[in-house]
Ligand binder design. Structure first.
Ligand code: NAI
Length: 294
């Protein structure tokens, strides 16, 4: 299968990097995984293998497709091992300085024609690109969690991004079975801008004592029709990811009060009650099942 990119490097193999790697391999790309935590890369490979086995059991993939996906997935021990990639997608920690440093390093490793993409939830692509000699090759490529199921991907041009780079990424998104949507380089883009209303307002309802978080979730999920309540969503995303996104959007809009992050999430972040990934967030998780703490 011919795809818009042959070899996709994925830097950061947490929840998002893993999902992006999965759909890239399924689309027919070779995929190289890199993370500063060696065990995160090994875990990602193991989880992806298990994920493909489950798809085989469900009859959604045949033996050959599973074998091909597994063979397309390679582990990179160093960032330099990504030299041959024609696309590198970053899904690391949501910090401008760390992302800038990574892309500046990558620019010295990959070929001048390679495309660089950030899965940032909220940071400015123009600002990330300020660290690059060739900012025209950087774009936002923003997937949602869980990547294989959430079919939309925002493609974001910074002020210096070459439109051809966005067109190529949009083509890849379609080859992955996703729906690309072009978004302007603004804080939170489309979904995380709209999402502020869902998350921060729900946190206000709880902090004002209107009702408890589980009731908010139950009503918005079962009666209003959202797939997940706002607190279930915070637990899925994890507070070490979503609280910095809230802070980032708030700061970028010059402390606009309607985006102000909540002390509720700040406190839980400080207490490492991050959500599903730590087994305890707003809910407690046993065998993957959410329970309301007493
Ligand atoms: P995560 O915490 O699950 O994974 C991040 C991974 O990046 C970790 O394995 C960590 O070791 C690695 N890492 C950190 N700094 C690194 C560096 N300098 N070089 C290489 N690897 C590094 O985070 P998650 O949830 O996958 O999020 C990653 C990015 O995706 C963030 O920018 C986040 O805002 C964005 N995002 C997250 C979504 C979510 O629902 N979790 C949804 C959409 C975007």
């Amino acid at each position: 299968m011919q795809t818009s990119f042959n070899t996709v490097g994925v830097v950061g193999t947490g929840a998002m990097g893993r999902g992006i790697a999965q759909i890239a391999a399924q689309a027919g790309c070779d995929v190289l995984l890199f993370d500063t935590q060696a065990e995160a890369v090994a875990r990602a490979q193991q989880d992806l293998g298990a994920q493909w086995e489950r798809l085989r059991e469900k009859g959604r993939m045949d033996d050959e497709a599973v074998a091909q996906c597994k063979s397309r997935l390679k582990l990179a021990a160093t960032l330099e091992a990504l030299a041959g990639c024609d696309l590198v997608v970053e899904a690391i920690v949501e910090r401008l300085d760390v992302k800038q440093e990574l892309f500046a390093k990558l620019e010295g490793i990959v070929s001048p024609e390679a495309v660089l993409a950030s899965n940032t939830s909220s940071l400015s692509i123009t600002a990330i690109g300020a660290a690059l000699k060739q900012p025209q090759r950087l774009a936002g490529f923003h997937f949602f969690n869980p990547v294989p199921l959430m079919k939309v991907v925002e493609v974001i041009a910074g002020l210096r991004t070459d439109p051809a780079v966005c067109e190529r990424l949009a083509r890849l998104a379609r080859e992955m079975g996703h729906t690309p949507v072009q978004a302007q380089d603004t804080p939170g883009f489309i979904v995380n801008h709209a999402g502020r209303a869902y998350g921060t307002e729900a946190l206000r309802i709880v902090s004002e004592g209107v009702t408890d978080f589980a009731t908010v979730d139950r009503i918005l999920r079962d009666q209003v029709g959202f797939k997940l309540g706002p607190f279930e969503l915070l637990d899925l995303t994890a507070l070490d990811v979503s609280h910095p996104v809230m802070e980032s959007v708030y700061r970028q809009y010059y402390d606009e009060p309607r985006y102000r992050p909540s002390v509720i999430t700040a406190q839980r972040l400080a207490g490492r009650m991050l959500g599903r990934k730590t087994g305890e967030g707003f809910y407690r998780y046993e065998d993957g099942k959410a329970q309301v703490p007493p």
